[in-house]
Design a binder for this molecule. Structure first.
Ligand code: ZN
Length: 156
């Protein structure tokens, strides 16, 4: 295992054991639930959005270490961003976790880059992206405020 892999593992375990922004957000005005039936991961993302900018964010859920750590890392990154900025961030994140990104992309993503090891385990990509799908669904205020990794074409 390389030093980088070890560092990445530490980041994931740290966020899994001590999730940031965990719990309900009392003044949230957007929420969406994400469900990954392949792994059993479930989470709810709470957003407080004002003037098109995410002011506050939290999540609550249960599931594997990857899904929960990824949600924790994501919530640390969304505050102050617009829908477009979050989409751009997710696009880059998705490239990295699906193995299409470069190591530079992973490093540029900071702690989110720690999920890059997931690219070696295709089924875990859905665990890593679940929180993002829920956050984007919440931002889009879709009628159905619930997303499943199995109802989207190529959720990975
Ligand atoms: Zn999972």
């Amino acid at each position: 295992m390389s030093d980088l892999d070890e560092l990445y593992q530490e980041v994931i375990l740290d966020h899994y054991r001590r999730p940031r922004h965990h719990g309900e957000l009392p003044d949230a005005n957007r929420t969406a639930e994400g469900y990954n039936p392949l792994c059993g991961d479930r989470l709810v993302v709470y957003l407080k959005v004002e003037d098109g900018v995410v002011k506050d964010v939290s999540f609550q859920g249960t599931g594997c270490a990857i899904s929960q750590a990824s949600a924790s890392v994501m919530t640390s990154a969304l505050a102050g961003k617009t829908r477009e900025e979050i989409q751009a961030l997710f696009d880059r994140f998705r490239e990295v976790v699906s193995g299409k990104g470069t190591e530079e992309d992973a490093v540029a993503l900071g702690e989110m880059g720690a999920m890059s090891g997931v690219s070696q385990f295709p089924t875990r990509v859905k665990c890593a992206t679940l929180a993002w799908h829920a956050a984007l669904a919440a931002l889009d205020k879709k009628d159905k405020s619930s997303v499943s990794t199995e109802s989207q074409e190529s959720a990975s």
